[in-house]
Write a protein that binds this ligand. Structure first.
Ligand code: PLP
Length: 437
């Protein structure tokens, strides 16, 4: 049997021959293998290790192979590996109760899905049925998933070849560094973005708008932390026109921002919250929708016309319960807040101060982005060729980064310690110093 580098080469060859990869031209595929992982590190068969500053797809909030979660999945597998969603099941009921306990009292029920996209699908469906209206307004700078309505709600390029679902409208959200509103302060950006959003709602016919669907902090679009008052202002627009506010916390939720939900830091309570990723760190695929008491009541007598074979899958539910236990007993959310405040925030600011490539640093908790520019004045994005070199250098030096367009997102697991965080920042600083532009 092959081992080490030979095994890596064989795995890569087999992968490239047989696996059709997401969002990729198949002639240009990733060139490294992940064979295993623990905590914040992953490795290949040859024993090369990387410090994971990506949390894979920003989902391993408790890191790799948390022993208590792995044990809970095994225990559930011995008990019952699958069950119909139409039955009641103790693990599912417990998972729902545990998630609701972390959210404001306004939330009454959880609808479980397989991941984030179908959570958004079902949230938009609930909003449509609850309001009797059709349209959903979301942001151009967003990602909501890869199924019919979720991909059309998405604002970025992934929407354009996939526009089959109907009734989706987009608006620009606040993004002061590249303001669409000619604003020069957070307050002005906030006020003008809200005015623009309301204009879109009214121009579309407010009485036809079922939902405003926003990522609390747009993630893949660049960790665009909204200015103070923006989400509260969106809430007011929703209330003024009877629109359901759906906040997508698939990436921002479950510790990433240093709180259980990102919206808790923004003085707003939505009507529906979608989640996935961090709820069980992706150990078993799961997502869902937190449903307010008012919207839940809509489906007391009226049938909810949606479902999934694996809604509330026992292995995923056991992973949720064990993940929440581990996060609470290990103080994972508090750790994310502390590392953001004491290490990543100041460390990234220091990198930015000494590096002409960094246009802006944004973020909170373990959810940060460095926006890289070719020129500080024009703010021209660093070109893809240079970004590819940055990614390559990081990998060579033992850091697994999350690179999106002209940005490096710094999104390590929420469990990351001070030493590992500083180690990753050191590698990143060196790469930004040494890269040829
Ligand atoms: N919503 C947000 C904010 C996301 O970041 C993602 C995935 O990255 C999704 C939804 C889609 O989730 P999934 O890939 O689990 O369907």
């Amino acid at each position: 049997p092959l081992t080490g580098a030979d095994l890596d080469a064989a795995v890569l060859a087999a992968d490239h021959r047989h696996v059709l990869h997401s969002w990729s031209a198949q002639a240009h595929l990733p060139s490294f293998v992940v064979a295993g992982g623990a905590g914040c590190r992953v490795w290949d068969h040859a024993g090369t290790t990387w410090l994971d500053f990506s949390s894979q797809l920003v989902n391993t909030n408790i890191g790799h192979q948390h022993p208590a979660v792995v044990a809970a999945i095994k225990e559930q597998a011995d008990l019952l590996t699958t069950v119909s969603p139409a039955t009641a099941n103790a693990t599912r009921a417990e998972a729902a109760e545990r998630i609701l306990a972390l959210a404001p009292a306004a939330f009454r029920k959880v609808f479980f899905t397989n991941g984030g996209a179908d959570a958004n699908e079902n949230a938009v469906r609930m909003a449509r049925l609850h309001t009797g209206r059709d349209k959903a307004v979301s942001a151009y700078r967003s990602y909501h998933g890869n199924t019919g309505a979720a991909v059309v709600a998405t604002g970025d390029w992934r929407r354009v070849p996939n526009e089959y679902a109907r009734g989706h409208v987009h608006a620009f959200g606040p993004y002061l560094y590249r303001s669409d509103f000619w604003a020069d302060s957070p307050a002005q950006e906030c006020e003008r973005a809200l005015q623009h959003l309301e204009r879109v709602v009214v121009a579309e016919g407010a009485a036809s708008v079922a939902a405003i669907l926003l990522e609390t902090i747009p993630g893949t679009a660049g960790v665009l932390v909204p200015p103070p008052g923006y989400l509260a202002g969106v809430r007011e627009i929703c209330d003024r026109y009877g629109i359901v506010l759906v906040l997508d916390e698939v990436m921002a939720g479950f510790g990433r921002t240093g709180s259980w939900f990102a919206f808790l830091q923004h003085d707003v309570v939505p009507d529906l919250v979608t989640f996935a990723k961090g709820v069980n760190s992706g150990y078993v695929p799961a997502g869902g929708v937190l449903v307010s008491a008012e919207i839940a009541a809509t489906f007391d007598e009226q049938v909810f016309p949606g479902g999934l074979t694996y809604s509330g899958h026992p292995l995923a539910m056991a992973a949720i319960v064990a993940t929440l236990d581990a996060m609470q007993s290990d103080g994972v959310v508090e750790n994310a807040a502390r590392i953001g405040r004491d290490v990543l925030g100041p460390g990234l600011a220091e990198i930015a101060a000494g590096c002409p490539l960094v246009g802006e640093v944004r973020g909170t908790g373990v959810f940060w982005a460095l926006e890289l520019v070719a020129d500080q004045d024009s703010r021209a994005p660093l070109p893809p060729t240079v970004m590819a070199r940055i990614k390559g250098l990081c990998l060579e030096r033992g850091l697994l980064p999350f690179v999106a367009e002209n940005r490096v997102h710094v999104v390590p697991p929420c469990i990351i310690g001070e030493d590992e965080a500083r180690e990753g920042l050191g590698i990143l600083a060196g790469v930004l110093r040494d890269v040829t532009t």
